[in-house]
Design a protein around this ligand. Structure first.
Ligand SMILES: C[S@@+](CC[C@H](N)C(=O)[O-])C[C@H]1O[C@@H](n2cnc3c(N)ncnc32)[C@H](O)[C@@H]1O
Length: 259
């Protein structure tokens, strides 16, 4: 079977862009390759491998897990089912961090490492440390740091701030789990992402509130940047305000506070 016939065969099963990206992944080429190679013959191994990925995609496994790849802020990150797939709305964190030009960032809940690694590459003179509660996620973040040549200053296991000091941190960044399991618009793709990266109790706010309290208890002085669903922002701003974190600004999913 040639490329064109294979793409035609998958047309009614998954979106054609997904099919092209799956085949490009299997062949180890860029999608534009097919423009001039649509009559190339596939080997039976290639066809089998691509068919298997189509079946998984049809079962709503996210494309990023099938190709182990997701772009974030213009760079390619390795991802697997141990980490949240980086979202475009999270890129605003990088823009805001660049505006603040902090001396020392601490990221809580780094997952694939996309935020910590990108801030280190965009702000090379800034000290960047990051933690996660999942050792499996940290392995992915370490892998990405090596691949993208980002020299993070620290990357370690910690439940929020329990195993890391604030030192000279002047910006804490956290895209913690903020999804409430009861929301009725959750997509089937979410079932493949780690629960620990998505869901939190207390209407999705349990971990965000805990971090706000922990920073207050540690007498932190500096900025705090949080991602949450826009519907949660009034509650986050209110809670932070009661615990020493003054709201500075909101940009899409991101809120900025100063202690
Ligand atoms: C929403 S994901 C964000 C991942 C990545 N920073 C991003 O923006 O794509 C949340 C991350 O927080 C981690 N996490 C959950 N609970 C945590 C805790 N108590 N302490 C530290 N990290 C935690 C999860 O393992 C997950 O990697």
């Amino acid at each position: 079977m040639n490329v064109r016939s294979w793409l035609k065969k998958t047309k009614d099963i998954i979106p054609s862009l997904d099919a092209e990206l799956i085949l490009a992944h299997v062949l180890g080429v860029d999608r534009v390759f097919f423009v001039s190679h649509d009559l190339d013959e596939l080997t039976s191994e290639q066809e089998f491998a691509a068919d298997e990925l189509v079946k998984k995609r049809a079962n709503r496994m996210p494309l990023a897990y099938l190709t182990n790849y997701k772009e974030f802020y213009g760079r390619g990150f390795f991802v697997n089912e141990n980490v949240l797939i980086p979202r475009p709305e999270t890129e605003t964190i990088i823009d805001l961090a660049k505006e603040l030009s902090p001396k020392s960032i601490l990221e809580i809940g780094t997952g694939s490492g996309c935020i910590a690694i990108t801030t280190k590459l965009e702000l090379p003179d800034t000290k960047v440390r990051a933690v996660d509660i999942s050792e499996a996620a940290l392995a992915v973040a370490r892998h990405n740091a090596v691949r993208l040549e980002a020299k993070l200053d620290e990357l370690k296991l910690s439940d929020l701030l329990s195993n890391i000091s604030l030192d000279d941190t002047d910006l804490v960044i956290a895209n913690l789990p903020y999804v409430d399991k009861n929301w009725d618009f959750l997509s089937p793709e979410l079932a493949y992402e780690p629960e620990q990266a998505l869901f939190a109790n207390d209407n999705g706010l349990a971990l965000i509130k805990k971090l706000i309290l922990d920073l207050e208890a540690k007498d932190y002085h500096g900025y705090l940047m949080l991602e949450s669903d826009p519907s949660e922002q009034p509650a986050v701003i209110d809670f932070a305000g009661q615990h020493g974190a003054k709201h500075q600004k909101t940009a899409d999913f991101i809120t900025l506070f100063k202690y």
